[in-house]
Ligand binder design. Sequence first.
Ligand SMILES: [Zn+2]
Length: 290
Amino acid sequence: MPELPEVEGLVRSLKPIVTGKTILSVDVSETIIASKANGKEAILKGLDVESFRKALQHMTIESIERRSKYIYFHLMKNQLPYLLVSHLGMSGAWFYVRGLHEILEDKFKRHTHVILHLVGGDMLVYADIRRFGELRFLKNEEDHPPLLLMAPEPFDQNALDHYLGMSMLSKYENKAIKEFIMDGHVVSGCGNIYATEALFRMRIHPGRKVKRISKERKIQLFNEIVIVLLDSIEQGGSSISDYRKINGDSGNMQNRLQMYGKKKCPICNRQTLQQTIGGRTSTYCGTCQR
Ligand SMILES: [Zn+2]
């Protein structure tokens, strides 16, 4: 699943090539059309297919930014601002190509769902193998209130205080620490890989209750999450499962992971353990993490 560092990498590679480009027309896959016709909402949320296509036509991409694990395309038409919000779900990917044949991996090529044809002939293509991704056309963030509830960016000044404040709330203090840090209202963009790594680096058991961790250790843990995320951004993200960068390359972070997906603990060499916490599989060392 693409996490914050992968989304950041994607936004950084898209930014110089899509900024200022105007959308000429939009193609939507038969799969989405059929899903919408059946009252379902595969990928395209809210608007019906025709309204979506019409809305995006002649929009200019003013800028693009990452917010948590979302991509925000800031658009403009007739001097009015709009927002296209993309979440990659489990296996979504954007490709910037001249034609679909340039998408080298068959599994993505067979699952292209939205094509933005740009003035000049290039295409911005959204592919999604498992279709858990989301595309939402909005006037602004207020149009979709859940976006307003996201925790601050982990690199922002106020992010640590926000996280500490949440850790004192009764609804969180009895939660497992791993579930807590993976909650998007608490920390933005700390998915399973990075939560697993940060907890291992801190030697904290993922199932430990929030209230049983001292303030000092909570602060250290938060800083560790930031370090792991920044390190991964530096490495171009992790290429576990279906994530690919825009040019089809994969990142290098997976070579630096110490606990996620590991059979043995790199410190004590004992077999790692697995437990489901907050609905997600958690890998940890029963000896080193307490
Ligand atoms: Zn160990």
